[in-house]
Write a protein that binds this ligand. Structure first.
Ligand code: 5AD
Length: 350
């Protein structure tokens, strides 16, 4: 698909052709990564963040938010829960928190590996190369970092630089791969000011970066952010070219991701299920093959509110039972083991 064709598909409004595209995402998913749905246990280690991202509720400027950082013992308990529920991967995510030192994370990785024997994914933002290398050596398998948008002026607007240093997530993603990580990235759908042309470019960039995992989800406005103030103006400026942040449009984008990168792992994201009560199933039916159930201790979950309505306060075990039923209802099965992407397996020979 060339650029113009991507734009045309993104602008598609005909319900029959939209349905065809969503089904095509599902078909390509089945053909390339099969019917297994892999579950990744998510631990939100800390809501401290040095950044002031215009979209994100845990940005440093949100002074109303009580901040927390999990202890190694809490991380160990989370890992045990993941093991008990049969999850082959634990994802440790946090704001960009330099209180999570290199050593603290090395030890957390060893704890999780020791408890689960499974894969470890990190999603800790833009950290320096020494840290990223040390964490890979300590046993971390994967790293997730969305580029958020490929439009550089838009990116700079919503993701201000830190201490005057230019943020270059794309360069960092390439380095992560060179270090041996299985690498994931993605973008937001429907950022105020984001156009169809931008989104087509976002899709093309996924392909250029040759990713193993791709996470995308709708932008959800958070009141305590800079974008909440400026959204209306940016929307106006983009006019008819502004992309929507609806569930339907996110699913169309998701299906296109699957068509472009058939053998990657693609989660059905929490953001999608926040705006659509059946978002998880819908995502799984348009190309996704991964779900990331939240294993963060309940008392911290509502503090990790990157967007409103995110925190699912349901107990991990109840949620798991519900997921099992949903997955069986779709005629799919639970993935066993670490669930590396076929793309990574080919590259790494595992
Ligand atoms: N709406 C939707 N997704 C968001 N993220 C951050 N803030 C929001 C928001 N308001 C996403 C970003 C980030 C990921 C961890 O969560 O894409 O990379």
């Amino acid at each position: 698909m060339n650029h113009d064709e991507l734009v045309r598909r993104l602008k598609e409004e005909d319900p029959v052709r939209l349905r065809w595209l969503h089904d095509e995402g599902d078909r390509v998913r089945r053909e390339h990564v099969g019917d297994e749905v892999y579950l990744r246990g998510l631990l939100e280690l800390s809501n401290y963040c040095v950044r002031r991202c215009g979209y994100c509720g845990i940005n440093a400027g949100n002074s109303e938010l009580r901040r927390y950082r999990m202890t190694h013992e809490e991380i160990r308990a989370g890992a045990r829960l993941a093991k008990e529920l049969g999850y082959g991967t634990v994802v440790m995510q946090a704001g960009e928190d330099f209180g999570l030192t290199r050593e603290f994370i090395c030890e957390a990785i060893r704890i999780v590996k020791g408890e689960t024997g499974g894969a470890v994914t990190l999603s800790l933002g833009e950290r320096n190369e020494d840290e990223l290398l040390a964490w890979h050596e300590a046993g971390a398998d994967r790293y997730l970092m969305r580029f958020e948008t490929s439009n550089r002026p838009l990116y700079d607007r919503i993701h201000p630089p830190l201490r005057g240093e230019r943020s270059d997530r794309q360069a960092l993603l390439i380095k992560l791969r060179e270090m041996g990580y299985e690498v994931g990235s993605g973008f937001l759908v429907g950022i105020p000011g984001q156009t169809y042309d931008d989104l087509a470019r976002d899709l093309e960039l996924l392909k250029e970066l040759d990713l193993d995992m791709v996470g995308i989800g709708p932008y959800i406005m958070h009141p305590r952010t800079a974008l909440a103030e400026t959204a209306a103006r940016f929307h106006r400026e983009a006019g008819a070219q502004q992309v929507p942040n609806t569930s339907e449009f996110s699913l169309t984008t998701l299906a296109l991701v699957r068509l472009l990168l058939p053998d990657t792992n693609i989660p059905s994201t929490t953001a999608l299920s926040t705006i659509d009560s059946h978002g998880r199933e819908h995502g799984l039916s348009c190309g996704a093959n991964v779900i990331m159930p939240n294993l963060t201790p309940p008392e911290y979950r509502e503090l990790y509110e990157i967007y409103p309505g995110k925190s699912c306060l349901q107990e991990a075990k109840d949620f798991h039972l519900q997921l099992e039923l949903m997955i069986a209802g779709l005629g799919r099965s639970l993935g066993k083991g670490p669930g590396h992407s076929p793309r990574f397996r080919k590259r790494a020979g595992v």
